[in-house]
Design a protein around this ligand. Structure first.
Ligand SMILES: CC(C)(COP(=O)(O)OP(=O)(O)OC[C@H]1O[C@@H](n2cnc3c(N)ncnc32)[C@H](O)[C@@H]1OP(=O)(O)O)[C@@H](O)C(=O)NCCC(=O)NCCS
Length: 176
């Protein structure tokens, strides 16, 4: 398991396993997400205003399938004994993808999002994946500010296409 803990920004503490980050006010750790995290992660998703939750893809069974195909690249952030952040991250053998990147509201702006992204990108590199992408709704000002600020490229030269293969995979938007 990969974890790192920082006591203050840029200072770490080794805990025997590997830890990721903490800071002075909001100590947190990162580790690979497993299906045992599902209930906590699902509750987190349901607290995120604007999130689109899909009835099949985001069910326990759907997430289990995803994590079985991608067992080492998704992440949870733990603080105060609970899951406060998560990214579903996988790849198709060529490109990486991120889904449901989120941090619990009270824990934002402490570097958790940035560190989770770094954690997943490192996990993808270990799988020899050379590029990663994600979808951000155009009206998601916070999400777009985040991706821009951490150095991701907003593509203006392409259109996103999709096709629904299963109409029973119904979307519910979280409106908190
Ligand atoms: C986007 C999100 C994951 C960021 O998590 P976070 O832990 O707050 O992010 P970080 O603290 O690592 O922020 C890194 C940088 O992103 C930028 N940023 C983050 N939130 C921002 C905001 N609300 N407004 C402007 N810039 C922001 C800042 O430059 C920040 O660095 P700084 O705090 O040193 O100024 C979190 O706000 C969230 O869960 N939002 C709701 C879900 C969502 O929109 N997800 C993205 C879907 S595409």
């Amino acid at each position: 398991m990969v974890c790192l803990a920082y006591i203050a920004k840029s200072e770490y503490v080794s805990t025997g396993t590997e830890w990721r980050e903490m800071d002075n006010e909001k100590n947190f750790t990162l580790r690979v997400m497993t299906i045992d995290d599902y209930d906590d992660v699902f509750a987190l998703w349901n607290s995120i205003s604007g999130f689109a939750i899909r009835s099949i893809d985001d069910s326990r069974e759907g997430v289990d399938i995803f994590l079985k195909r991608n067992p080492s690249t998704s992440v949870v952030a733990i603080a105060d004994g609970k899951v406060v952040g998560a990214i579903l991250c996988g790849n198709d053998g060529r490109r990486g993808c991120f889904y449901h990147v989120c941090v619990l509201k009270d824990y934002r702006r402490h570097g958790i999002g940035r560190e989770m992204v770094a954690f997943c990108m490192e996990a993808l590199r270990k799988e020899h994946i050379n590029k990663v992408s994600l979808i951000a709704f155009t009206k998601n000002d916070v999400g777009n500010a985040f991706w821009n600020s951490i150095g991701w490229t907003k593509r203006l030269d392409l259109n996103y296409y999709d096709f629904t293969l299963n109409t029973e995979n119904i979307i519910a938007f979280i409106d908190n």
